[in-house]
Write a protein that binds this ligand. Structure first.
Ligand SMILES: Cc1cc2nc3c(=O)[nH]c(=O)nc-3n(C[C@H](O)[C@H](O)[C@H](O)COP(=O)(O)OP(=O)(O)OC[C@H]3O[C@@H](n4cnc5c(N)ncnc54)[C@H](O)[C@@H]3O)c2cc1C
Length: 321
């Protein structure tokens, strides 16, 4: 019996979401009186043993070049082998793009109950009950999982990373790696300096900006904050911004520490993708704009006056020219 955490990587580096799932997995293991192990696929340049400070004791590494890119079917097959060999009865993923693709397939393969979108540790006082978000984050549900093997996909930013002491033992795992049914022929990377799904701060703008020529001030604010840029759907539909910046129900769902929304009215479909942000700041010239109801801080004003002033003030604070 053990807890197994899928350690997600990008370009050979461990994603921040994996530090959350490792911290979470270690706590679940403590609750169940067992240990937490990790599984990492592909070639990784980070020092994996250093992940021991998040509580993981042993990491199974399947270093096969064909695993450097996500192929959900191949990943499922390999992780199932590791889970079976390690006797894992709780498997933890981040509920990010990779986790969503693999966790559901693995749950079918292992006949395991899956809770996706978990936001808290399981309640093990009477069974195994996991709290998750439902209806695009508008409500919570508590799901009792009764299967022998349980899979949890933890919402990004739902659990605080805690780093302590310790190193993990990294052991090579020889898996039967099937040839994938898909072949990646080219990869086009998003152009922003900070990856939207990983960003701690996101500066986002909507139709209130009038046209693509006005995005310079958004990019400048994002740059001083080391933030990613995002936009509402009509902005992407009008080709003012690329589609990979579109957040919301039909776009990317994000959960940064800080979400700054400029000239966005906030329809329910937009909010569905950003309502897991820890702090929301809204800049809108209309004091009745519905986004103010969801905001932690609001600035009523013209974005064309407020945003440059904000950027200047942050530059001054940071001592940047
Ligand atoms: C099935 C479906 C799915 C959808 N999915 C998504 C989705 O995933 N994501 C998404 O974003 N939308 C989605 N939409 C669209 C959504 O319903 C809204 O139409 C859209 O989010 C509105 O975008 P907006 O806030 O940029 O524009 P608007 O609603 O036009 O709002 C512009 C805002 O800018 C403010 N403003 C204007 N000028 C200024 C200024 N100078 N300074 C400051 N503020 C100013 C205005 O007061 C207004 O509040 C979806 C719609 C449908 C039907």
């Amino acid at each position: 019996m053990s807890v197994l955490v899928f350690i997600d990587t990008a370009d050979g580096h461990v994603k921040k979401a994996s530090l959350e799932t490792l911290t979470y997995g270690a706590k679940v293991a403590e609750q169940l009186g067992t240990t937490v192990e990790g599984v990492v696929l592909g070639v990784v340049s980070d020092d994996l043993s250093a992940l021991g400070k998040y509580g993981v004791k042993k990491i199974h590494q399947v270093s096969n070049d064909s695993l450097n890119h996500l192929d959900a079917q191949v990943y499922t097959n390999v992780i199932a082998q590791v889970a079976e060999a390690s006797g894992a009865n709780v498997i933890v993923f981040s509920n990010n793009v990779d986790g969503k693709a693999v966790a559901a397939r693995l749950s079918v393969r292992l006949k395991a109950g899956l809770v996706s979108g978990a936001v808290a540790l399981p309640d093990t006082s009477n069974g195994f009950v996991v709290k998750k978000t439902v209806f695009s984050g508008k409500a919570f549900a508590n799901i009792a999982v009764n299967t022998a093997v349980k899979i949890i996909a933890l919402n990004p930013n739902a659990y605080k990373i805690v780093a302590g002491e310790g190193t993990a033992e990294v052991v090579p795992f020889t898996a039967n790696v099937n040839a994938g049914k898909i072949k990646i022929t080219a990869t086009t990377k998003a152009s922003g300096e900070v990856l939207l799904t990983e960003a701690e701060i996101v500066v986002s703008a909507g139709r209130g900006l009038k046209g693509p020529e006005n995005w310079g001030m958004v990019e400048e604010l994002a740059k001083v904050l080391h933030a990613a840029t995002a936009c509402s759907r009509p902005v992407a539909d009008a080709n003012w911004r690329p589609h990979n910046e579109h957040v919301g129900q039909t776009g990317i769902a994000i959960a940064p520490d800080l979400y700054i929304a400029i000239g966005i009215s906030v329809a329910i479909q937009h909010l569905a993708g950003v309502n897991r942000s820890k702090v929301i700041v809204v800049i809108n010239k209309d004091p009745e704009a519905p986004f103010f109801k969801a905001a932690d801080y609001g600035i009523v004003g013209d974005a064309f006056e407020v945003v440059p002033k904000m950027t200047e003030a942050i530059k001054k604070m940071k001592g940047v020219a």
